[in-house]
Design a protein around this ligand. Structure first.
Ligand SMILES: NC(=O)c1ccc[n+]([C@@H]2O[C@H](COP(=O)([O-])OP(=O)(O)OC[C@H]3O[C@@H](n4cnc5c(N)ncnc54)[C@H](OP(=O)(O)O)[C@@H]3O)[C@@H](O)[C@H]2O)c1
Length: 267
């Protein structure tokens, strides 16, 4: 497993498993499959309403808790210091753990600083190992770090071959925040297997188009959390770390960048 070292020296797996829209008993089985395939980072959120099945799957896996990196996120329902404090306790209960590896503020809410104070408390009390943000554009991030006290370890944002957000990554790097991609396979907005350059490179490197799209991000030091319901895809996505794309091909892939969000989140 490749890791990214966070600004408080905690190591985070560069690839994790996304759980958006993964629910119920079927969802629990999917998360267990991911752990059995070798994923050691699970990304959840209070908004996904599935922290309970993440907790169940981890317990069922019998993998030592210390080997698994859990990310969760607080949403607008926790829009004050006290609500955020209570939300952290609820997440700990649902995840059946006495700590969470990384807790993020899900979006740049106007109460984000107050919510962040509760995350900082969680750090002090060792209930949380690292804290960060999600969906913060450069503008929001720049303002936030003037007042937040502890620089976010991670900013989880939309990032994929069509909109990698390298400029944002460069800016975050200057302050010690690592970028993590959500939607690394475009959240199924595009069928990547029909993209001619990806097809060509998949043939050249004897892998799938999705693996090229994911490796492009990790070779550029962007952490990824692809989601899949299929064991074959889960395995492929993990195996995307097992080869390197040559520099000239990375340059070709850079031409796919449209500099435009697919979801109009950061415009
Ligand atoms: N912070 C935020 O605001 C935010 C927003 C969105 C998402 N997220 C997080 O990021 C995670 C990933 O994003 P996402 O779930 O939206 O989308 P994604 O990971 O970009 O794409 C998931 C889709 O790709 C398909 N897929 C996965 N591996 C594949 C492969 N090797 N070949 C072909 N198709 C493949 C999956 O279908 P199959 O099931 O058929 O494999 C699934 O439909 C989420 O699950 C969530 O944890 C965070």
């Amino acid at each position: 497993m490749e890791y990214i070292s966070l600004n408080n020296f905690i190591n985070m797996p560069i690839i994790g498993f996304g759980t958006w829209d993964v629910r119920g008993k079927f969802g629990e089985r999917i998360i267990l499959n991911a752990l059995e395939c070798g994923y050691r980072l699970i990304d959840t959120a209070q908004m996904y309403k599935n922290e309970d099945i993440v907790g169940n799957a981890i317990v069922q896996s019998s993998i030592d808790r210390s080997e698994i990196f859990i990310i969760t996120k607080l949403d607008l329902n926790s829009n004050s210091y006290h609500k955020a404090q209570a939300a952290i306790e609820s997440s700990l209960n649902r995840l059946q753990s006495n700590y969470i590896d990384l807790v993020l503020i899900h979006e740049p809410y106007s109460q984000a600083l107050q919510m962040y104070e509760a995350l900082k408390d969680g750090l002090l009390k060792q209930k949380i190992r690292a804290i960060g943000v999600s969906n913060f554009s450069q503008q929001f991030y720049a303002k936030f770090i003037q007042y937040c006290g502890i620089i976010p370890a991670v900013n989880q944002v939309e990032s994929h071959i069509y909109y990698p957000q390298f400029k944002l990554q460069e800016y975050l790097d200057k302050y010690g925040t690592k970028m993590q991609s959500w939607g690394p396979l475009t959240s199924k907005t595009y069928n990547l297997s029909t993209e001619p350059l990806l097809k060509h490179l998949a043939h050249k490197y004897a892998c799938s188009e999705a693996m090229i799209a994911l490796r492009y991000l990790t070779q550029n030091k962007i952490a990824i959390i692809p989601k899949s319901t299929s064991i074959e895809h889960m395995q492929q996505n993990l195996a995307s770390l097992d080869f390197d794309i040559e520099d000239n091909d990375l340059k070709l892939l850079a031409n796919l960048n449209t500099n435009k969000s697919l979801f109009n989140w950061y415009d």
